[in-house]
Design a protein around this ligand. Structure first.
Ligand SMILES: Nc1nc2c(c(=O)[nH]1)N[C@@H](CN(C=O)c1ccc(C(=O)N[C@@H](CCC(=O)O)C(=O)O)cc1)CN2
Length: 288
């Protein structure tokens, strides 16, 4: 397999107007860049524009340094008032995982990461139970059991301490069954992703499979979303469903749901890590 050349990703959003794509691609061409992938979207309702460009060097004169590239792009970013990021694709985002007792999503993320299938650095796992310490440490990842005395505030202070000490970019709730306070969800706005075990907006909150069974649904699913202080209402990143029927017991729904949850969360984390997801108010733009 040929080694991938060094490449960078530019993601941006701004008020829409003519000339944005031309300005970005023109600057890259002018500086000797080579566009590998470019996707853009104009939200006509909000008047916002979204773009993701992956590029590499085409000529020796290309400023092959991330800081120099940011300096080169800055005048265009100022001209169009971009909200933007430019990153080397080799710089894997640092993530901190949170879990309670359910192992399926954590196990899937740890395995994909350990086998090179998830472009992130897993900095640790925090949990309000000791249950998953062995699984975590088997993968060579630090496990931090959160303090039980002192209540939610103490637990959340410990989560934030681990998040900041590890210089993590994202907190992933991989079946962490505690509701984050408005303070913590605000301080992690746009940086905290949850996997909810239903096809939202159906069956928000606790015990969605029991309520889905009681309702007699024919499809069950899972939803990965950014966390806000409105429980299970955050901007959706990815969803998936599977067909079920009258013969499925609650345990069957839970068993079928585990695979959907793990796959949906892993896809969402992978896309966020590849800078393919941009917040668009209460929604997201996902450049897959
Ligand atoms: N601020 C937020 N915190 C969390 C969210 C979220 O969307 N916003 N999602 C949950 C995960 N989750 C569903 O996906 C979920 C977890 C727990 C419960 C719940 O009701 N749990 C307890 C109460 C626990 C507590 O008081 O903290 C209960 O069963 O009574 C519902 C949904 C993660 N956090």
């Amino acid at each position: 397999m040929t080694d991938r050349p060094r490449s960078w990703v530019l993601t941006l959003t701004c008020d829409d107007r003519p000339g944005i794509v031309a300005a970005v691609s023109g600057l890259l061409a002018e500086r000797g860049g080579f566009i590998l992938d470019s996707q853009q979207y104009a939200d006509l309702d909000s008047g916002r524009f979204f773009m993701r460009v992956e590029f590499k060097a085409a000529t020796d004169g290309f400023p092959g340094d991330t800081t120099a590239l940011r300096e080169a792009m800055a005048p265009v970013a100022e001209q169009f008032a971009f909200d933007w990021q430019l990153n080397d694709t080799a710089d894997k985002p640092r993530i901190l995982l949170a879990v309670s007792k359910g192992s399926h999503c954590l196990n899937d993320l740890l395995h994909r990461w350990k086998s090179g299938g998830l472009p992130v650095e897993i900095m640790g796992v925090v949990s309000n139970h000791p249950t998953l310490r062995r699984l975590t440490e088997w993968h060579g990842v630090p496990f931090h059991e959160l303090p039980t005395e002192g209540g939610k505030a103490t637990q959340e202070a410990a989560i934030l301490d681990h998040f900041e000490r590890t210089r993590s970019s994202y907190l992933i709730l991989a079946r962490y069954m505690q509701i984050l306070s408005p303070e913590l969800s605000h301080s992690l706005s746009g940086r905290c992703i949850n996997i909810h075990h239903s096809f939202l907006p159906s069956f928000k909150g606790a015990k969605p499979y029991h309520r889905a069974h009681e309702r007699g649904v024919k499809l069950i699913g899972a939803t990965a979303h950014f966390v806000t202080d409105d429980l299970d209402e955050g901007p959706i990143i990815e969803q998936a469903v599977e067909r079920v029927d009258h013969r499925a017991s609650i345990d069957d729904l839970i068993r079928i749901g585990r695979d959907i949850e793990a796959q949906v969360l892993a896809r969402a984390v992978g896309w966020v890590a590849e800078r393919r997801v941009i917040l668009n108010g209460r929604r997201t733009v996902v450049f897959r």
